[in-house]
Write a protein that binds this ligand. Structure first.
Ligand code: TYD
Ligand code: MG
Length: 453
C-alpha cells in the first residue's frame, strides 16, 4: 500500500500493517491507536526477495535429518519447544514482557552451550558489560569463555559476527538495534524489520543460529515482536505472572517442529530452573474439599498438565450478573453457563460467576469444558468434589460431552499423581487402557456428570 512519492508511511506497531495514511483502527489486527508515522525505507519490501536469493535449492534426497544439525541448549524444556534443539542457521525470536526473564534464559543457554565448547557471542544493546557480569555471577560458573559485545549499530555487529564466526549469537534486544542509513529511531517498525532482515541473511549465509530478543510493548512507539513473526523461523513467547515464580515458554511458530509445545521454568535466586513435572507444580497448595474446585487435565502439545479450575458462584446484588474468567476464555464460560441453565435446568442467570485457572496458566482447550461446568455446579450447590477426582471432556451446545484426543495420556498423568477417579467422555473410554487402579466414569452428557458428583 505504500505510496512511493510520499516520504513517510504509516505502520501499525502491533502487526506491521502499512498504510499511506493514518488510520484509527488497524485493518490487520483490529487494534486501535497503533499507527505510527515513519520515513519510507528506501529498500521497501525487498527483504523477502533477498532472503530467498541467499538460499540455494537442495536435493530432497541429500537432506540429512541427523540430530547433529541441532545444538542442545542444555534445557530439555527449551529443546522440546524448539523441536529437539537449536537448528543451525535458524533465526529464533524470543518475545515477552520486559522483566519476564528473557535475558536470563538466554544467558543460561549461553553458559551451557559454551561449556559444550561452542563459540557464542552475546550482543547486548540494553545492559553494560558489568550488568551482564553480575547476572552471569548469579546463574553460575562459566567454564569456557563467552564473548560479550555491547553494541547497537547493525553494521558493527554484522562485521563482528563475520569476523568472529560464532556458532550461536544472541541479540538482546532487537528494539535497540539500528542501521545508520534508516532515519527513523531504534525500535521503530522500519528499523526493527531491517535489523531482523540483516540477521536472517547472516544466519542463512554463515549457517549460524541467532536468537533475537523482542520486548512485548503494550504502549509507546516501540514496535512489538509481532511485526517480525512472519520473518523469522521460530517464534517463542516467554510468559508468566509477575507475581508467580513460574514461567512458560510457548512455541508460536516453528519451521522445524511442532508449535504447541510448552516449556515450564521457575525463576529462582540463581536464574531459571526447569520444571520437569508441571502438574505437581500447578496443584501445589490447592484447597482440599473446597467447593468450586475441580482438577482438570489439559494437553499442552504432547504433554498432559493437571490444573485446578476454581469457580465462585453467588447471587448477584445488582441487576446485571457479573461474570469473569481468568486464564480461560470469557465467552466460553458464558456459553457453558447458558448450556448449564438450559440443559441441566440449573438457575444461574441471576448469579455472579467468577472462574479462574489457578496458578495463572492460560488455557483455552475445549477439554476443560466439563471441568468448568462441574466447578460452577460445585460452587453453586456448595458441595465439594472429591479431591482425588479429575475431569475432562468437551461440552457441546446440547449438553453432550464429546470425545477428546489423547485420553489415555491424560488418565496416565492423573494416575501418576495419585488420582483415583476420572470423569471423562464415554466415547473416549475405549481409548484408555491399563488403568486398573483408576475408576473411569464415562459420561455422555453434563446431566450424567452432575448426577455422579
Ligand atoms: P531479565 O532476564 O532481565 O528479563 P528480560 O530480559 O525479559 O527483561 O529478568 C529480570 C528479572 O528476573 C528480575 O526481576 C530479576 C529476576 N531474576 C531472578 O529472580 N533471579 C536471577 O537469578 C536473575 C538473573 C534474575
Ligand atoms: Mg533483558
Amino acid at each position: 500500500m505504500g505510496n512511493k512519492n510520499n516520504s513517510t508511511i504509516f505502520f501499525c506497531k502491533e502487526c506491521g500493517f502499512e498504510s499511506a495514511k493514518w488510520l484509527g483502527q488497524c485493518p490487520g489486527c483490529k487494534e486501535w491507536n497503533v499507527f505510527v508515522e515513519e520515513p519510507v525505507v528506501k529498500k521497501g519490501k525487498s527483504y523477502i526477495r533477498e532472503a530467498v536469493n541467499s538460499v540455494k535449492p537442495s536435493l530432497l534426497s541429500e537432506i540429512s535429518l541427523e540430530m547433529e544439525d541441532r545444538i542442545k541448549t542444555g534445557f530439555e524444556e527449551l529443546d522440546r519447544v524448539l523441536g529437539g534443539g537449536i537448528v543451525k542457521g535458524s533465526l529464533i525470536l524470543v518475545g515477552g514482557d520486559p522483566g519476564i526473564g528473557k535475558s536470563t534464559l538466554l544467558l543460561q543457554v549461553c553458559r551451557m552451550i559454551t561449556n559444550d565448547n561452542k563459540k557464542v557471542l552475546y550482543v547486548s544493546g540494553e545492559e553494560s558489560l558489568k550488568q551482564i557480569k553480575i547476572r552471569a555471577n548469579r546463574i553460575g560458573e562459566f567454564n569456557n569463555e563467552l564473548s560479550l559485545l555491547c553494541e547497537t549499530n547493525l553494521e558493527v555487529i554484522e562485521e563482528t559476527i563475520k569476523k568472529y564466526k560464532p556458532e550461536v549469537v544472541i541479540i538482546d534486544s532487537i528494539q535497540t538495534m539500528f542501521k545508520n542509513d534508516i532515519s527513523s529511531a531504534p525500535g521503530s517498525v522500519s528499523q526493527v524489520r531491517e535489523s531482523t532482515n540483516v540477521f536472517m541473511q547472516l544466519a542463512k549465509q554463515l549457517s549460524i543460529s541467532i536468537f533475537i530478543v523482542g520486548h512485548v510493548t503494550k504502549e509507546g512507539v516501540v514496535a512489538g515482536p509481532r511485526v517480525l513473526e512472519h520473518m523469522v523461523d521460530t517464534v517463542l513467547y516467554f510468559e508468566g505472572d509477575r507475581h508467580a515464580s513460574y514461567r512458560i515458554l510457548r512455541g508460536v511458530k516453528n519451521r522445524f517442529g511442532s508449535t504447541n509445545e510448552i516449556g515450564v521454568f521457575e525463576m529462582q535466586e540463581s536464574g531459571l530452573s526447569e520444571v520437569m513435572n508441571p502438574s505437581e507444580f500447578m496443584l501445589n497448595g490447592r484447597p482440599v474439599d473446597a467447593s468450586g474446585s475441580v482438577i482438570a487435565c489439559s494437553m499442552e502439545g504432547t504433554r498432559p498438565i493437571l490444573i485446578e479450575i476454581q469457580a465462585l458462584v453467588c447471587r448477584t446484588n445488582f441487576g446485571m450478573a457479573r461474570r469473569t474468567a481468568a486464564g480461560t476464555d470469557y465467552n466460553r464460560v458464558n456459553l457453558l453457563m447458558a448450556v448449564l441453565e438450559k440443559r441441566a435446568g440449573i438457575q444461574i442467570n441471576d448469579c455472579d460467576a467468577y472462574v479462574n485457572i489457578a496458578g495463572g496458566m492460560k488455557i483455552n482447550e475445549p477439554a476443560l469444558d466439563l471441568g468448568i461446568i462441574l466447578s460452577i455446579v460445585s460452587s453453586f450447590k456448595n458441595r465439594a468434589i472429591d479431591s482425588k477426582t479429575i475431569v475432562f471432556g468437551e461440552v457441546g451446545l446440547s449438553g453432550e460431552v464429546r470425545a477428546v484426543s489423547m485420553a489415555e495420556q491424560r488418565v496416565a498423568e492423573a494416575k501418576k499423581l495419585g488420582f483415583k477417579v476420572c470423569i471423562m467422555p464415554s466415547a473416549s473410554v475405549e481409548n484408555v487402557k491399563n488403568c486398573e487402579e483408576m475408576k473411569i466414569i464415562g459420561v455422555r452428557n453434563i446431566m450424567e456428570a452432575i448426577d455422579y458428583i
